[in-house]
Design a protein around this ligand. Sequence first.
Ligand code: PRP
Ligand code: URA
Length: 218
Amino acid sequence: MRRLVVSEHPLVRVLVTRLRDRATAPADFRGLVGRLTMLLLHEALADVVTVPHGVATPLAKSEGADLAAPIVFVPILRAGLGMADGALALWPDAEVRHLGLYRDEATLAPVVYYDRASGASLAGATVVVLDPMLATAGSAIAAVDRLTSLSGATDIRFVGLIGAPEGVAALSAAHPGVPIHLAALDDRLTSQGDPWPPGYILPGLGDAGDRQFATSAD
Ligand code: PRP
Ligand code: URA
């Protein structure tokens, strides 16, 4: 399986364009996040293992399939919440474990403030980390660190919407076994002298949490 998959689906390209648009209102933004998540998960889960599962139709017995392992979604708060809605629309049977992280504004280092994700075992589960933005990847790496070291997860996939090359390189280096699925791979992170503070994705979409929940950094 390829480790970085940037969707080439035309519907994804159209929806990402709308998502980036600064004129897109929060209600529409949330809807786009959910729809994009469903499209990306379709591909990110294409290789999950199934086991034979017989079923009796009203007419006859038939051979079907069931999942070999449970699916667990781990949305990173806040911005992963909209992705969780889309993920559950696609696969309502999944367990959802929330992980609250924010980036320290000065250092960009991730700070954990809520963890209902790690602790109970995730051994054998198909774990999907959901976060729309892969910028420095500090948040994604911290999430995968916890899920592996505290819960024993071995099958972890990262599904995001927009990534920076710096974040893809950092996550791949820290966790080479974690496939990364994105709707778009952007140019770079902002640095001193750019219109936005350092560490934002260019061209990106701005602050994914603020845009979903109508808050402002100001
Ligand atoms: C955003 C985003 C990611 C993180 C990505 O969260 O949702 O979690 O930044 O950046 P990184 O790859 O450099 O770690 P933020 O810290 O803004 O918190 P919020 O979702 O609560 O607004
Ligand atoms: N977090 C966001 O919400 N946007 C970025 O561009 C980077 C991190």
